[in-house]
Ligand binder design. Structure first.
Ligand code: ZN
Length: 243
């Protein structure tokens, strides 16, 4: 199998505006995520909101097997034309991994068809992420659970369609719980939503988090079956009797 071609998309605004975020991610979250995947032998590029066409030209997307999406401050600035382009690629088989506050991105809402709203709290809480589908490929190499010492809390209810597979459930020190690893199929494409990754915490440096993202990339990037066609089919495969 040829190596997976991954594009890590990051809005990239927190890193420009907030010194606390710059300190944790001096070259942006996308760089840390990209380097972790490159170290595993994947072919990885990056794209950000402020590039022409948000860095997601037809050419880039056509050479992308898996797109990773991180956004928060500027979901509304993502052009609908680009959202539609990504949407079409997902339905045609491109994998999509949506991280953290990407739950409110136009592309995730469009693919889910719900508000994707949730509860949140920034209180430096411990997060314990439980594997609830140990047979799922995205859980490979993860124990029964792992912990992130400090994270933002996301809590239920999370307004998403029931996932095809629920792989992780998070418990937070304040008592909230959250469906934090959700797998979907849309058209010929696969989607994985993974919750952790608030911009002020070094979450994307954590080995377990990097392992989950790698697993998710491999799962959504699996070959997505047969090519399909749609529309008018004037010629039947077998002769049809007209009597
Ligand atoms: Zn956040």
């Amino acid at each position: 199998m040829s190596t997976l071609r991954v594009t890590v998309w990051n809005e990239g605004r927190h890193e420009k505006k907030n010194p606390a975020v710059q300190k944790v991610y001096p070259q942006g979250m996308h760089t840390v995520i990209a380097q972790a995947l490159q170290a595993q032998g994947l072919t990885v590029g990056t794209a950000t909101l402020d590039e022409p066409e948000h860095g997601l030209t037809e050419a880039v997307l056509n050479q992308t097997d898996v797109l990773i999406w991180w956004g928060h401050l500027a979901h509304g600035e993502v052009q609908d034309e680009i959202v539609n382009r990504v949407h079409a690629r997902v339905l045609d088989g491109m994998g999509l991994v949506v991280l953290h506050s990407g739950h409110f991105s136009k592309i995730f809402q469009k693919l889910m068809g719900t508000t994707c709203n949730l509860k949140w709290r920034e209180a430096n809480e411990k997060e314990r992420i439980w594997v609830v589908d140990p047979g799922h490929p995205v859980a490979e190499g993860i124990g029964e659970y792992f912990e992130i010492e400090h994270e933002e809390m996301y809590g239920e209810h999370f307004d998403i369609p029931a996932p095809d597979s629920l792989v992780f459930v998070s418990w937070f020190a304040g008592g909230d719980v959250f469906r934090s690893g959700c797998a979907y199929h849309r058209g010929r494409g696969k989607i994985f939503y993974f919750r952790p990754g608030h911009e002020t915490y070094p979450t994307y440096y954590q080995p377990e988090v990097q392992r989950v993202i790698l697993n998710a990339v491999r799962w959504v990037g699996q070959p997505s079956g047969a090519k399909v066609t749609f529309g008018h089919r004037p010629q039947p495969l077998e002769p049809l009797s007209t009597t």
